[in-house]
Design a protein around this ligand. Structure first.
Ligand code: SF4
Length: 659
């Protein structure tokens, strides 16, 4: 028997595809197994009154005590009909996010948000990750894994496979492996993140006490062998894509071997696990291909780690994907799907749509795509009629010069033509912008931001949205493998880098604070266009797709205060610098300036207070402590913060704690 576990921390709404596909594969070969979504279970445990009260009592934290009473109602709203009311939904989400932030003060190395997680910068350094895994310092996963093992121990199988798909799961996933190994289980780790870091898993000294077997690329064959192998030493003949550290020996296979798409299993989701997700209805992921048919973008790691083998992409038979949707509709009561292919090309979307229509399968779906000429008016109408509600597309930039440097294979003309076709057919779009690509000028980034703002302003589709991220030098991307050709000098230790490297441009050209630019850009978008552009919104937006035919009716889209413009970008940087001089070296700033957006103002101010105050008391004493942290804070400004808190649904903090 084998247990498939998806570790924290991803998102309290997401259902894992990796474990579901492995479960489908094991079922096909009649291999006994169980599945556990420890990500959803972690949030389910975290967002309980009992857990919160435990942390409130241990830290004597009034804010946590207050929030402990609000967690269960917030969960109920997001899982029930209250979700469809914009005010209730926002209040619930803010309560849970604030609770995550407050816990991040209790565990200072941890930065937990509702949609992301990081831990002491370990995602950048193998040494920091190794040290953290061996540290005795309290962290929230010690508490959760104690609970997990207590509740699961009686039926937790001797062999366990932990699937680590993204970098936020790396520390908790390896820690779970170590926990289980220390308690006598045999552990396999695999998933896209393990594949990306395979050089570290191959060497014996890095994380080898967290697993017995590491599986790279596709895990289907290795996991069956792992489940069925003898008990003392793994009999590895015939295995593919793995490394085993046994005693002093390291046994590894060649890797990169891939199953034929016709052998891919369809995913098997457990209803008892998916019902823990924070959403009122199921939204399930499906996969119709691996790899990317374009595969040339210079910043992208997909072609290297997707396991597509020598081809750029491997495609499932689309009739099978439609049959899979029919089965999930029936077995899991699901009519909302995310096609999680790295890139679902227009021609395949049209084919997929024709199969859906011919079989009269009525579902809503969204997919990741790239701009391409084939998104014609006619093709867009076909896919919209078959239930496509939204496409998530990497715009990156509108500058033809930078698009060429990135090898995106598109021009601004194609982008504009595609956006017009999407709009005419009623397909919404999320645009992912990227800033800080090597050689990109500030003026080019501003031009892209302005393009996005104008496009959103002219939108009639309430699901249209956009966000920006900054360029990361991923070690396994084409640029990461050959930085000198892109005029970059690596400043970190390449042997220690795990996901990305730090670097500077060789010619010392224009230096822009791209992290700050990204924050300002996103804040400006959220401030003007509301929650639909918030990180992690995609699944939620699909649930509202049939309820927002009136423009923005179901979204918090009213402008708050006008957010700072890029013209005062320098002022912001000055403020950030001055604030960094505080002894905690926390980034953050309190701009007492009406041009600052309310949400930034509130969240940063509150975070600052939390950072500086071990406990929380009355509003008056909160003000005194806030003043200690921000010497220039006036009563008027403090009232402004409290108003902001009220608008964000947390007014009771002041009322309940007032002496
Ligand atoms: S960024 Fe997208 S389109 Fe470009 S290679 Fe990667 S997956 Fe393909």
């Amino acid at each position: 028997m084998l247990a498939l576990i998806s570790p924290p921390v991803v998102d309290p709404r997401s259902t894992y595809l990796g474990s579901a596909i492995l479960s489908g594969h094991l079922s096909r070969f009649q291999v006994d197994h169980t599945t556990r979504d420890a990500n959803l279970d972690f949030f389910d445990w975290l967002f309980t009154q009992k857990t919160a009260e435990g942390y409130a009592n241990a830290s004597n934290d009034a804010l946590l005590r207050y929030l402990s009473l609000e967690l269960e109602p917030a969960k109920a709203i997001l899982k029930g009909n209250g979700f469809f009311d914009v005010q209730s939904r926002n209040k619930a989400r803010n309560v849970l996010d604030l609770y995550c932030r407050a816990l991040s003060v209790v565990f200072p190395d941890m930065d937990l948000r509702l949609h992301r997680f990081s831990y002491g910068g370990i995602e950048r350094s193998a040494k920091l990750l190794s040290d953290a895994l061996r540290s005795e310092k309290p962290n929230i996963f010690h508490d959760y894994y104690e609970y997990f093992l207590r509740t699961a121990q009686s039926d937790l199988e001797e062999r366990v496979a932990v699937s680590i798909t993204n970098s936020d799961q790396l520390f908790p996933g390896l820690m779970l492996g170590k926990y289980l190994k220390d308690r006598g289980h045999e552990v396999a780790v695999g998933g896209a993140c393990v594949t990306k870091l395979r050089e570290h898993f191959l060497s014996k000294n890095s994380f080898s006490d967290c697993f017995d077997v590491a599986v790279f690329f596709e895990g289907e064959e290795a996991i069956i062998k792992f489940a069925l192998s003898g008990t003392t030493a793994f009999e590895t003949t015939g295995w593919a894509n793995f490394v085993v550290h046994q005693g002093r020996d390291t046994i590894s296979s060649s890797y990169g071997k891939s199953l034929k798409p016709s052998s891919w299993a369809s995913p098997k989701f457990s209803n008892s696990e998916t019902k823990k997700a924070l959403r009122p209805k199921n939204v399930l992921p499906i996969l119709t291909s691996k790899g990317c048919s374009w595969g040339q973008c210079t910043f992208c790691t997909i072609p290297e780690s997707s396991g597509a083998g020598p081809e750029l992409v491997r495609n499932a038979v689309l009739q099978n994907s439609v049959s899979c949707i029919e089965r999930l509709q029936r077995d899991n009561d699901c009519s909302n799907f995310i096609v999680v292919d790295e890139n679902f090309p227009a021609s395949r979307q049209v084919q997929f749509s024709e199969y859906l229509s011919s079989k009269k399968v009525c579902v809503n779906w969204l997919a990741y795509a790239r701009f391409e000429r084939e998104f014609t008016n006619e093709n867009c109408l076909t896919i919209r009629k078959a239930g496509c509600r939204k496409l998530l597309i990497g715009l990156e930039t509108t500058s033809n010069r930078v698009l060429k440097l990135m090898k995106k294979g598109v021009t601004r003309k194609i982008i504009e033509a595609n956006l017009t076709a999407f709009r005419k057919s009623g397909i919404a779009v999320h645009l992912y912008g990227m800033v800080g690509f090597p050689g990109q000028k500030l003026s080019e980034a501003i031009e892209t931001l302005e393009f996005v703002i104008q496009w959103l302003r002219s939108s009639e589709n309430a699901l249209d949205s956009a966000s920006f991220s900054e360029f990361n030098l991923n070690t396994s991307s084409p640029i990461g493998r050959d930085p000198a050709s892109y005029n970059l000098i690596i400043s970190s230790d390449r042997n220690d880098d795990i996901i990305s490297s730090t670097y500077h441009e060789a010619d010392g050209s224009e230096v822009t604070d791209w992290v700050e630019f990204r924050k300002v850009a996103n804040e400006r978008i959220v401030s003007e266009f509301g929650e639909r552009s918030m990180v992690g919104w995609e699944e939620y937006s699909l649930l509202l797709a049939d309820r927002c035919d009136d423009k923005f009716r179901n979204f918090e889209a009213r402008p708050r205060l006008t957010v700072s413009t890029l013209e005062n970008h320098d002022i912001r940087r000055h403020e950030v610098r001055s604030f960094e001089t505080c002894k905690h070296h926390k980034q953050g700033y309190l701009l007492l300036n009406d041009e600052t957006s309310q949400s930034m103002f509130v969240s940063r101010a509150l975070q600052g207070m939390l950072d500086h105050t071990p406990t929380h008391g009355s509003a008056a004493s909160l003000f005194q402590r806030a003043q200690a942290a921000y010497p220039n804070l006036t009563e008027e400004a403090f009232a402004h913060i409290m108003n902001g808190l009220a608008r964000n649904g947390i007014v009771a903090i002041t009322h309940r704690t007032q002496n």
